[in-house]
Design a protein around this ligand. Structure first.
Ligand SMILES: Nc1ncnc2c1ncn2[C@@H]1O[C@H](COP(=O)(O)OP(=O)(O)OP(=O)(O)O)[C@@H](O)[C@H]1O
Ligand SMILES: [Mg+2]
Length: 251
């Protein structure tokens, strides 16, 4: 059974139908990338999968269970986590404070008066491990707003990982990054444990082909094609959809 499947998903904003009968399946340990021109419906698909917005009809199956009507906060404990296309950080707090909040949010005792004695030491250890892995340890005392844009995007991925998800959804993780930051991010994504299933929206084809095991192409809210990278790369129609329509390739 695949850890994440979307079945016949439809989403309309009033009269505008943005997703049309979208079905896709993300296999265990798969790195699945969704591509498509601006406005194809990629972020809307992510929002429906995470429950950030309600879907109009269809199913989101997590390990075979339909979570399509659960609110986001009920999906996170089931192992889902995401980043946003635009930063979603506490800018006036330090990097480390953001990480602590994200780790704390996972703990069952977070609102309780009585925390385990090891609470503080565990928190610091976990936070340090994440910050070092994502190369932000040296920046931990900085306020988030003092970081470069690329560092903020990296921090977002780190925070999404703090909930210890089994499945991580990344929406354009490298948008707005410098080439060096993009290369660093590719490396960090490649180093993520295989046990973490990834669903990524990405515009930068270098990133797409560096991380994808499978690619789904969305076009006008419909799945146009889903297949291994070599199949998508060689498909003339995809080239036409993606590059022929004056699509933006910056952010
Ligand atoms: N809250 C909303 N209300 C109305 N229309 C919306 C809303 N959110 C998105 N849309 C519309 O849905 C369509 C798909 O938007 P979406 O953001 O999902 O595209 P995308 O594939 O993520 O594009 P991009 O590559 O620019 O990020 C667009 O036409 C957009 O204007
Ligand atoms: Mg988007």
């Amino acid at each position: 059974m695949s850890p994440l499947a979307v079945r016949n998903l439809n989403k309309s904003f009033k009269a505008l139908q943005v997703l049309k009968d979208v079905s896709l399946e993300v296999q265990d340990e798969e790195r699945h990338v969704v591509i498509g021109p601006n406005g194809a419906g990629k972020t809307t698909l992510f929002n429906c999968i995470m429950g950030t917005i309600p879907l109009t009809s269809g199913e989101v199956l997590l390990d075979g269970r339909n979570v399509g009507t659960l609110p986001t906060h009920a999906r996170v404990p089931l192992g889902m986590s995401r980043t946003f296309q635009k930063n979603n950080l506490f800018e006036s707090l330090t990097v480390e404070e953001n990480v602590h909040l994200a780790i704390e949010a996972r703990k069952p005792y977070r609102f309780g008066l009585f925390k385990p004695l090891s609470w503080r030491a565990d928190l610091l250890e976990e936070s340090e491990e994440l910050l070092r892995r994502w190369d932000l340890w040296g920046r931990r005392e900085r306020k988030v707003r003092e970081l470069s844009y690329g560092e903020q995007r990296l921090l977002e991925v780190l925070l999404a990982l703090a909930s210890k998800p089994r499945m991580l959804l990344l929406d354009e993780p490298t948008s707005g990054m410098s080439p060096a930051e993009t290369a660093q991010t590719i490396g960090l994504i490649q180093e993520l444990p295989r046990s973490l299933t990834l669903l990524v929206v990405e515009h930068d084809m270098e990133v797409v082909f560096a991380i994808a095991d499978r690619i789904t192409v969305l076009h006008h809210g419909e799945v146009f094609l889903s297949g291994p990278p070599e199949e998508v790369r060689g498909d003339e129609r995809v080239r036409e959809i993606y590059f022929g329509g004056g699509a933006r390739h910056d952010a």
